[in-house]
Design a protein around this ligand. Structure first.
Ligand code: TXA
Ligand code: MG
Length: 341
């Protein structure tokens, strides 16, 4: 795996950009930063190239990929039957952390869509992602660049840890910004449906298009409700050791730390700075103060507690406001147990 570093000005030099773009055009896999998480890219029109992605990640074959493009025109070239409200969404939020699920016009290889009639399309806003997409000038299929089941990568080292030797290249662009993935929104109906909460919140979407539906399967713990985004049904974001999600703030966390400590368990606590300051008798990682900080630091936190160092991780809940919806969605998937008040 070849690893490229950015120049001091935060840009990829021309030669590296061309080299990475050539690999993509020739059917190879290249991981690159986006504003949400690192993606593992391949030519979305080349079935063999796309198959390499599934192979490298160990990803289930029935989980479709997002096609990434640099411009609105390129995005519209991949889809048909686009409702009017999608143009409003694109003009407001793209480039940015949002993925539109639309009827595919067949331009992408069939394994990108995992055989569905729809395709997820997105314009990332990270300057390195945009530069790479412009240089190769092809739609690039890119899931998060982690091994399937692990937390998504928010630094190049996370990608290296998971995929070194399994992919052709990695563009090291430093830590990503948003930290949770894009919002996936089904735009095939009269009213848009959020399939995966992400970097753009429900509130922000509703300001632009009025009513937005949240896929009922997201709120449900009943396994007979099948989520419409196939990826939402798999084990995801799992840290190396079991994690409990606790309602009830710092007092509850401290109480459970003490209960576990008397049983000889080594406890790790992942929480906001305020909570961390109040906790004693555990390994602690602060996720920061605002919900934005917490989103940005979440996956690094989930990866940092290692097997052999702690036996169990405790994590607190967050208000499901704005990006808090994406944070809570990921925490519920990462947790082995959810203890409500
Ligand atoms: O922020 C992101 O979206 C990152 C960066 C790299 O762009 N990508 C990402 O991709 O998170 P991935 O493959 O890890 O997650 C894509 C999600 C999955 O839950 C998948 O099931 C859903 O989008 N999805 C993709 N195409 C779909 C489709 N046609 N219909 C329904 N859901 C779809
Ligand atoms: Mg993923």
């Amino acid at each position: 795996t070849k690893r490229w570093k950015l120049e001091k000005n935060g840009k990829l030099n021309e030669a590296m950009l061309l080299e990475a773009a050539e690999i993509l055009k020739a059917g190879g896999t290249v991981a690159f930063p986006t504003e949400t998480v690192y993606g593992l890219g391949a030519d979305a029109t080349n079935k063999n190239a796309v198959a390499e992605i599934f192979h490298a990640k160990g990803r289930p074959q029935d989980n479709p990929l997002i096609a990434h493009v640099a411009t609105k025109e390129q995005l519209l070239d991949l889809v048909e039957d686009v409702p009017d409200y999608v143009y409003k969404l694109i003009d407001t939020f793209s480039p940015g952390p949002i993925t539109y699920v639309l009827t595919s016009n067949g331009s992408c290889a069939e394994n990108v869509t995992a055989g569905l009639s729809t395709v997820g399309v997105r314009i990332p806003s990270h300057p390195v992602a945009i530069a790479l997409l412009k240089t190769c000038n092809i739609p690039v299929a890119a899931p998060s660049a982690n091994l399937s089941g692990k937390p998504s990568p928010t630094t190049a080292n996370h990608v290296w840890e998971d995929l070194k030797g399994r992919i052709a290249g990695l563009v090291d662009g430093g830590p990503t910004g948003v930290g949770v993935e894009s919002t996936v929104i089904d735009c095939t109906q009269a009213i848009p449906v959020i399939l995966r909460p992400g970097g753009i919140s429900r509130e922000e979407l509703e300001e632009v298009v009025g009513k937005v539906i949240v896929d009922p399967a997201l709120a449900s713990t009943d396994s007979t409700d099948k989520p419409k985004a196939p990826g939402m049904k798999y084990t995801h974001y799992a840290p190396e050791v079991p994690m409990w999600l606790l309602e009830g703030g710092s007092e509850k966390v401290q109480q459970v730390v003490e209960q576990l400590a008397t049983k000889g368990e080594r406890v790790g606590v992942l929480a906001s700075r305020d909570t961390i300051e109040k906790i004693e008798g555990a390994e602690k990682i602060s996720l920061g103060e605002s919900l934005e900080d917490i989103a940005a630091n979440l996956y690094e936190g989930l990866r940092r507690f290692k097997q052999g160092e702690v036996d169990i991780i405790l994590c607190e809940t967050y208000p499901e406001i704005g990006i808090g919806q994406a944070i809570m969605n990921r925490l519920q998937k990462a947790a082995t147990k959810y203890i409500k008040e």
